[in-house]
Write a new protein. Structure first.
Length: 146
């Protein structure tokens, strides 16, 4: 008897992620919940306005640009959290293959933070934002593309 491979599908962006188990034309939740990161606006991410500077030759003033893009920082933290979940599942042998469906920037962040033992299990990558697709729409997409 041939053992059926367990194929997980990660559908994520910078603030939302769902992990499915793909079996014979349908998707089931692989875990008991979806993941939602912090998607806060700038007023909740920073403590105060950026500093001000005076021009030496005139009375003009301008503000300093912040060195950190707080939205990108939150997305990176969220991607690392998802990678941690995948690494724990890999250690428990909960999946044999992994399909990644993420926007290009998120896909790059996830790939950069994945454990080297998971990278060979990635069978397909789709640089698209499909987090708002329903399960039936995702099944149709995967059947067409994969």
């Amino acid at each position: 008897m041939i053992k059926q491979k367990k194929r997980w599908v990660l559908v994520a962006d910078g603030a939302r992620a769902r992990i499915f188990l793909k079996t014979y034309g349908k998707l089931e939740n692989a875990l008991d919940h979806d993941f939602i990161g912090n998607n806060l606006d700038d007023t909740h991410l920073t403590t105060d306005k950026p500093g001000r500077n005076y021009e030496s030759a005139s009375y003009a003033r301008h503000s300093y640009q912040p060195r950190t893009d707080w939205h990108q920082y939150q997305e990176t933290l969220f991607s690392k959290e998802i990678c941690s979940v995948l690494e724990t599942a890999n250690e428990r042998h909960e999946f044999d293959e992994l399909i990644l469906i993420c926007p290009p920037k998120t896909l790059g962040t996830i790939r950069a933070n994945l454990n080297k033992h998971i990278l060979p299990k990635i069978t397909a990558e789709f640089p698209k934002d499909l987090t708002k697709f329903s399960e039936s729409e995702l099944v149709a997409f995967l059947e067409k593309e994969f």
